[in-house]
Write a protein that binds this ligand. Structure first.
Ligand SMILES: *Cc1c(COP(=O)(O)O)cnc(C)c1O
Length: 375
């Protein structure tokens, strides 16, 4: 069986975990946490980075930092993972879903302004497949209406938009290091704080609403309860694992790019024959080969495709059920306009296996895909 995903290990993870054990610091914010956060700050240019249990946790922190209140509205695509919406629904907010672009499957920036109301507090662009949203246009709308921008850059670690790291452009950005992402720690994530006004409070919210970080820096003489908060920091074992991965992040990206490029080149003929549409990449963006997907002609064809691949022991998968049509999305969310492109593309998209080490078997996948359309 060629699996859809296979986590990549650099080989240093267990060594660093042993070192964390030797350091005698197993709770959060030890040396490995600092290495990871410094690396993320240098690599992305973010003012501050805080590693978390997950991207979900980072999104929840962002919602707390914005003081999102019951009835506030947050504009986002419907074509995304549940956490993008849930983080705000937890605070009583209403996700307002707008349609995506035909080319990148990212939020259509031209539809955002019409969704703004007096209750709107934030825009949450999701960089699908690690390909950037049109951030200049989105930031301009946010400034015009005084809205915050929280980038869901769960899939965008190591990607850039006009030379700037995804996650470093909005007020805050959220990364995921989940096993299914490019750089991993099993479960894991990070909050990037770009707007200085959120930096100090972000530390407190992450540390159960205390000023513990200030205490350890000697800025206050006792540490106490100062704000709302929760436990959003991972222990040093996770940080040690993540540090091994971050050190190899460039190599991980390059290896994935080679797999992505081989698919892209092989399927050019299928696109020219009108069988599939391959991913589109805007000129000003560098992606990270998080995902290789194809858009087929309709849902029936995709169902047949996935089962044909399965019969050849190749695991291909579809992606999101649009949130606006999910049971809880119907209850908690609102749409602005018809989400026709979301409904259409989500039915037709299929993701192919992409992981480091697949190269030896990739020809088998390519051949199977080409045969499916040419039989
Ligand atoms: C993976 C993902 C998340 C959630 O990440 P976790 O680290 O698993 O919480 C959120 N948003 C998007 C777009 C994702 O792809």
């Amino acid at each position: 069986m060629i699996p859809f995903n296979k986590p990549f290990l650099t080989g240093n993870e267990s060594l660093y975990i042993l070192r964390a054990h030797e350091n005698g610091v197993l709770s959060g914010d030890g040396p490995f946490t600092k290495y990871c956060q410094e690396w993320l700050e240098v690599k992305t240019g973010a003012h501050k980075s805080l590693i978390t249990h997950s991207c979900t946790a980072a999104l929840e922190m962002a919602a707390l930092l914005l003081d999102i209140q019951c009835g506030d509205e947050v504009i986002m695509p419907s074509y995304t993972f549940v956490s993008t919406a849930n983080a705000f629904v937890l605070r009583g907010a209403v996700p307002v879903f707008v349609d995506i672009r035909q080319d990148t499957l990212n939020i259509n920036e031209r539809l955002i302004e019409a969704a703004v109301t007096p209750r709107t507090r934030a825009i949450v662009p999701v960089h699908y497949a690690g390909v950037a949203c049109e951030m200049d246009a989105i930031m301009k709308i946010a400034h015009r209406y005084g809205l915050a921008v929280i980038e869901d850059a769960a899939q965008g670690v190591m990607s850039t938009y006009k030379g700037r790291a995804l996650g470093s452009i909005g007020d805050m950005g959220c990364f995921s290091f989940h096993e299914t992402k490019n750089v991993i720690s099993g479960e894991g994530g990070a909050l990037l704080v770009n707007n200085l006004k959120f930096a100090e409070r972000a530390e407190m919210i992450r540390e159960k609403g205390t000023n513990r970080s200030q205490f350890f820096r000697g800025q206050v003489d006792k540490y106490t309860w100062v704000d709302v908060g929760s436990s959003y920091l991972p222990g040093e074992i996770i940080a040690a694992f993540l540090w091994a991965q971050l050190q190899e992040a460039d190599n991980i990206t390059n290896s994935r790019m080679a797999v992505w490029a081989a698919y892209h080149e092989a399927f050019e003929c299928l696109e020219m024959q009108g069988h599939v549409k391959r991913p589109s990449l805007p000129n000003n963006c560098q992606h990270n080969a998080h995902m290789y997907y194809l858009l087929l002609n309709n849902l029936e064809e995709r169902t047949a495709f996935i089962s044909a691949m399965k019969s050849l022991d190749i695991h291909c998968v579809f992606h999101y059920v649009p949130l606006h049509s999910a049971p809880y999305g119907l209850k908690k969310g609102r749409t602005k306009g018809d989400l026709l492109i979301t409904a259409d593309l989500s039915d037709r998209l299929v993701r192919l296996p992409l992981w480091i080490g697949i190269r030896a078997q990739q020809e088998r996948v390519i051949e199977a895909v080409i045969n499916f359309f040419q039989k």
